[in-house]
Design a protein around this ligand. Structure first.
Ligand code: SF4
Ligand code: MG
Length: 335
C-alpha cells in the first residue's frame, strides 16, 4: 500500500516559564522525536498510558499545534511549518474525532448546523445541496434524519459521537485521527461505535490514526500498533507480532496487565508490575526514558538513549536489549 502520512523525528516541546520575569526555564517534552508512517487505508493504533503524549502527537500530526521540530509529510508534502492559511487548504483531507463528544459539539447548534459547518467553511453548496449532504452523512453514521433540527443535549453519548463522526466525514477526508473516540462512552455502546468506524473505513477508504489507552480495543481495530512512553514511541509493529511477541520491556509490562479474555485459559504471561511513577516530561531521565522503571535495565541504559530501530521486518523498538553494543555490558557489575 502507499504511504499516506510520514512523520519523522517530530518534536513538540511546550515552554515552561517561571519567576516574576516569566523567563523560559525549561520545556515539557510532550512529543520528543517520534517517527512513523501510516499507509493508505490502514489503521495505526497509538497506545500508551494517560500523559504519554499520544493525544498531543495526534493533534500535532494534524497541525493543531505549532511543531518544534521534525517533518509531517502528507501525500508527499511536508506541512510541519505551514501557516494557518496554507493549512486551510489541506484541512478537508485530515479530520479529527474527539474523545468527548459532549465537549466537542457546540451545544447551541442543531445537528444539521454542526454537520453543515465544515461545508459552509469549505464549500459553496446551495442550501438544498447542503441539506442533501447532511442527510447523506446522517444516513452513513446511522442517525435518523428526523434528528437534524435537534440539539446535542437531546442525544445519548453514542449518538453524539455519531454526530461528531458525521461532521468529520463532511468534507470527504482521507485521514482521520480518532482520539480515544470511545473512552467517554458506556461500555455497552463502545463496540457499536468501533464497528461504525470500521464500516466507514471500508466504505470510504479512510485511513485512521486510532489513539487509545485500551489495548484490547486497539488489538481489535488496528493493523499496526505504536506504543508510546514519555513522549517517545518505544515500539511499533504489525498487530500480531506486537501482541504475541512484544520486544520492548514497557510493551511487555503493559500487555501483561491486560486481562486474559477467556478465564478458562491460563494467562500466558506473568503480570509485570512496574515500580515507581512515570517521570515528568519536563525532566525526562538521561539515557533511555524507561530506565527508571525498567525491570531489565542495564548500565548503558542510564547513559545512552536507545535508537528506534527495525529489529525484525516491520518491527521497530527502542531498546538496548535488542542491539549488539560493544559497550553494552561494559559498566555492569553483576556477571
Ligand atoms: Fe529497559 Fe534499557 Fe531497554 Fe530502556 S534500553 S527499555 S532501560 S533494557
Ligand atoms: Mg489523552
Amino acid at each position: 500500500a502507499d504511504r499516506l502520512v510520514e512523520v519523522v523525528d517530530l518534536k513538540l516541546h511546550f515552554p515552561v516559564y517561571s519567576g516574576v520575569l516569566r523567563r523560559q526555564t525549561g520545556a515539557v517534552k510532550a512529543v520528543d522525536g517520534v517517527t512513523f508512517e501510516i499507509y493508505e487505508g490502514e489503521t495505526l493504533g497509538l497506545v500508551g498510558e494517560s500523559g504519554c503524549g499520544k493525544s498531543t502527537c495526534g493533534r500535532a500530526v494534524l497541525r493543531l499545534y505549532e511543531v518544534t521540530d521534525g517533518s509531517i509529510t502528507i501525500e508527499g508534502t511536508d506541512i510541519a511549518t505551514w501557516s494557518p492559511e496554507e493549512l486551510r487548504r489541506v484541512r478537508p483531507k485530515m479530520q479529527m474525532v474527539f474523545q468527548d463528544p459532549q465537549a466537542s459539539l457546540n451545544p447551541r447548534m442543531t445537528v444539521s448546523g454542526i454537520i453543515g459547518e465544515p461545508l459552509d467553511e469549505h464549500t459553496s453548496l446551495s442550501k438544498k445541496e447542503k441539506l442533501a449532504r447532511i442527510y447523506e452523512l446522517m444516513d452513513a453514521v446511522g442517525l435518523n434524519r428526523d434528528f437534524a433540527h435537534r440539539y446535542p443535549h437531546e442525544f445519548s453519548g453514542g449518538q453524539r459521537q455519531r454526530i461528531g463522526i458525521a461532521r468529520a466525514l463532511a468534507l470527504n477526508p482521507r485521514f482521520i485521527v480518532c482520539d480515544e473516540p470511545i473512552a467517554a462512552l458506556d461500555v455497552s455502546i463502545q463496540a457499536q461505535v468501533v464497528n461504525l468506524l470500521e464500516d466507514l473505513q471500508k466504505e470510504f477508504g479512510l485511513t485512521y490514526l486510532f489513539i487509545s489507552h485500551d489495548l484490547s480495543m486497539v488489538r481489535h481495530i488496528a493493523d499496526r500498533v505504536a506504543v508510546m512512553y514519555l513522549g517517545k514511541i518505544v515500539e511499533l509493529a504489525p498487530r500480531d507480532p506486537l501482541y504475541n511477541e512484544p520486544k520492548h520491556p514497557y510493551t511487555q509490562a503493559l500487555l501483561s496487565a491486560v486481562p486474559e479474555p477467556d478465564p478458562n485459559l491460563e494467562a500466558t504471561t506473568q503480570r509485570i508490575i512496574l515500580e515507581g511513577d512515570v517521570p515528568s516530561p519536563a525532566n525526562p531521565p538521561e539515557g533511555c526514558n524507561f530506565c527508571t522503571r525498567c525491570p531489565r535495565v542495564m548500565e548503558i541504559c542510564h547513559r545512552i538513549d536507545p535508537e528506534f530501530r527495525e529489529i525484525a521486518p516491520g518491527h521497530y523498538a527502542a531498546c538496548h536489549l535488542h542491539y549488539d553494543h560493544d559497550d553494552k555490558n561494559a559498566g555492569e557489575t553483576a556477571p
